[in-house]
Design a protein around this ligand. Structure first.
Ligand code: HXC
Length: 258
């Protein structure tokens, strides 16, 4: 498939996706998001890929949904076309691990896209925000919910109500990002982190991802019960048998990812 708004680089077992509308700071229009959605579906099916990195460029991860596209939207059209839900949700449906590597701005929908990923690694140049309030709207791709779960009500309210940006230091302190790296090495560091993840059994990775994500959907008791059932399920995989055998035989495991 050819893509006009994103670029794919293979670093098997890691796939690197670059958002690529540099003239508009990677503003996320429908064309870009449906390409991203299609590509993620493709990579999900590709056995050579076991981790995915999404990044932008040094100036912008993404400066938000495309405002010039949204200007023509009204309720009726957004409802009919399922604006956002039709092509954004694939990011959250992807069962393989997805890392957002953010340099420059991740604003509005850009911050929301990063938060849909499993983990955010930030360059020291990264700036995050939900400035929708300044446009007379509110986040529409999960920003008020995911940001609040990630950094708590006090800071989420601060960001959503003022529309201000927070820098990488504040984002790490607040729990939005897992680590900060120099901008110059961001992509390499993200690929290295994805590569480290991809060295593990994909089955085990998917179990872990699913269980952690469940923490945002359920009460503690239900979540722990969910985890236990997935744990029991994990006992039946070929990779569990190989992993434990390799440990006891003091050798590296040879994963089959099943
Ligand atoms: C469309 C955008 C854009 C966006 C930037 N551009 N952000 N176009 N949609 N979200 C365009 C500008 O119009 C400009 O085009 C070019 O990119 C460079 O941007 P500048 O503003 O000239 O750059 P700079 O002065 O460096 O300012 C950077 C910035 C600013 C602070 C990030 O661009 C900005 O505030 N952007 C909008 C951020 C925002 O409000 N995002 C939330 C969008 S609403 P030209 O043609 O003039 O060169 C949203 C809702 C999500 O995301 C709802 C669910 C999906």
């Amino acid at each position: 498939m050819t893509y006009n708004n994103i670029l794919l680089e293979r670093h098997d077992p890691v796939a690197l996706i670059r958002l690529n509308r540099p003239k508009v700071l990677n503003a996320l229009n429908s064309a870009l998001m449906s390409e991203l959605s299609d590509l993620l579906k493709e990579l999900e099916q590709d056995d050579e890929v076991r981790a995915i990195v999404i990044t932008g460029n040094e100036k912008a991860f993404a400066a938000g949904a495309d405002i010039s596209e949204m200007q023509a939207l009204d309720f009726s059209r957004a409802y009919r076309e399922q604006f956002i839900s039709s092509n954004w949700e694939q990011v959250t449906r992807c069962r393989k691990p997805v890392i957002a590597a953010v340099a420059g701005v991740a604003l509005g929908g850009g911050c929301e896209l990063a938060m849909m990923c499993d983990v955010i690694i930030a360059a020291d140049s990264a700036r995050f925000g939900q400035p929708e309030v300044k446009l007379g709207i509110l986040p529409g791709a999960g920003g008020t919910q995911r940001l609040t779960r990630a950094i708590g009500k006090a800071k989420a309210m601060d960001l959503c109500l003022t529309g201000r940006m927070m820098d990488a230091e504040e984002a790490e302190r607040s729990g939005l990002v897992c680590r900060i790296v120099p901008a110059a090495t961001l992509v390499d560091d993200a690929i290295a982190m994805a590569g480290e993840i991809a060295q593990n059994s994909l089955m085990a990775t998917m179990f872990n991802k699913e269980a952690v994500n469940q923490a945002f959907e359920t009460s503690l008791g239900t979540g722990v019960d969910y985890e236990r059932r997935l744990f029991w399920a994990s006992l039946d995989t070929e990779d569990r048998k190989e992993g434990m055998a390799a440990f006891l035989e003091k050798r590296s495991p040879r994963w089959k990812h099943r």
